[in-house]
Design a protein around this ligand. Structure first.
Ligand code: FES
Length: 155
């Protein structure tokens, strides 16, 4: 008989193999549990990106890009939208299509009104018709602040 333990009936070798497998399984399990424990910390360190706004509206810009009596035209669903920082600082958004024949309106900070260049239609900063042929007010769209972002949401 040999003194080599591996040559005896294979038992120590089998035990060593099972022990190694058990160690490997425990190490893998501990590593998996450790990795799972890191997920909340990683999520905190790197928050998920905000969902795209395309389904609900459009980002018009940062809030500080809209000083009082300023305006900007953005596009939502291929249509122009006029975002106006009215006197007092509130933000309002309107379809920029004149309700007369569809020309694109613009905000006049000097006169604090929305004007149509085609036939002289004029609208108040709240979209009401002031003068000219437009038959109805400008269609208003909701404006929402998300942090420092100004969002125009589908109405
Ligand atoms: S299209 Fe605006 S007043 Fe005619």
């Amino acid at each position: 008989m040999s003194d080599d333990p591996t040559s005896r009936s294979g038992a120590p070798e089998a035990k060593l193999g099972r022990r190694s497998l058990l160690d490997l399984a425990l190490t893998a399990t501990a590593g998996g549990v450790g990795a799972m424990a890191m997920i909340p910390a990683l999520r905190f360190a790197s928050p998920p990106p905000r969902p795209p706004l395309g389904a609900t509206g459009v980002v018009a810009g940062r809030r500080d890009e809209f000083p009082e009596r300023s305006a900007k035209v953005v596009t939502l669903d291929g249509e122009p939208v006029l975002v106006v920082a009215v006197p007092g600082g509130d933000l309002r958004a309107f379809s920029a299509r004149c309700t007369h024949l569809g020309c694109i309106v613009a905000y006049s900070a000097e006169r604090e009104q929305i004007e149509c260049p085609c036939h002289g239609g004029r609208f108040a900063a709240d979209g009401r018709v002031l003068a000219g042929p437009p038959p109805s007010p400008l269609r208003e769209l909701p404006v929402v602040l998300r942090g420092n972002e100004v969002l125009v949401v589908r109405g």
